[in-house]
Design a binder for this molecule. Structure first.
Ligand code: SF4
Length: 216
């Protein structure tokens, strides 16, 4: 079976299992909120970001409100999130750029998105997919781990994972695929102890096959 055929089967099975491919960050497709929440989500969980976002956006409802916030004001609001000082600095810079260079309208171009503080390819792909429907593989920890176990990629380099999966998954399916992979990673293929016996992808999984061969 080619990797493309295998990817197609996996996409179908994921669609059946998780019909609602919702983003873990509850930004409701609002570009400003998604930008802020995605920057905050680095090295922390969506759950923590969603909790903080509830009060954060009441106090900072617009890009201007973050861009011109007093030093310490934003930090105080996001202090329960890891690396909050550097994230606050990035958010102030990113929102300032959004307001002053783009008139508050987030661009869709990858190169332009990468000029925003705190935005790397992972966040840029998330924004391009969820806000602009342009697709994009969000090579986060779940995506890297699971695409490796399934046998699509050999390493953990996010750019390699992104490029490899980009070639295997149709653009219009990429965002939902990534959201579903996160749900799948939380439920079955978790990092510490994947539940291979009950996994609906086990017949297609290289990790599972090699464990069977070695009798693990
Ligand atoms: S069989 Fe195991 S390792 Fe493979 S995808 Fe399923 S849970 Fe993950």
């Amino acid at each position: 079976m080619t990797n493309k055929t295998k990817a197609k089967k996996i996409i179908n099975l994921l669609e059946e299992k998780y019909p609602d491919a919702v983003c873990g960050l509850e930004a409701n497709k609002d570009p400003y909120k998604l930008l802020v929440m995605a920057v905050l989500s680095a090295q922390t969980t969506d759950k923590i970001v969603n909790k903080v976002a509830k009060t954060l956006f009441m106090r900072f409802p617009t890009p201007e409100s973050i861009a011109y916030s007093e030093q310490g004001e934003l930090e105080q609001e996001i202090r329960t999130i890891g690396l909050f000082n550097s994230k606050a600095k990035n958010l102030r810079l990113a929102c300032k750029r959004l307001v002053e260079v783009y008139g508050g309208i987030l661009p869709s171009d990858m190169k332009e998105l990468l000029t925003f503080a705190g935005v790397g390819r992972k966040v840029a792909n998330l924004i391009r997919g969820d806000i602009f429907s342009l697709g994009g593989i969000v090579a986060d920890t779940h995506c890297i781990r699971i695409c490796g176990k399934l046998g699509f990629v050999g390493g953990v380099n996010p750019v390699v994972v992104e490029r490899t999966m980009d070639a295997l998954i149709p653009k219009e399916k990429q965002s939902d695929f990534c959201h579903r992979i996160v749900l799948f990673g939380r439920e079955l293929c978790n990092a510490k102890k994947p539940k291979c016996e009950e996994c609906f992808l086990k017949e297609l999984c290289e990790y599972n096959k090699s464990n069977k061969t070695t009798g693990c």
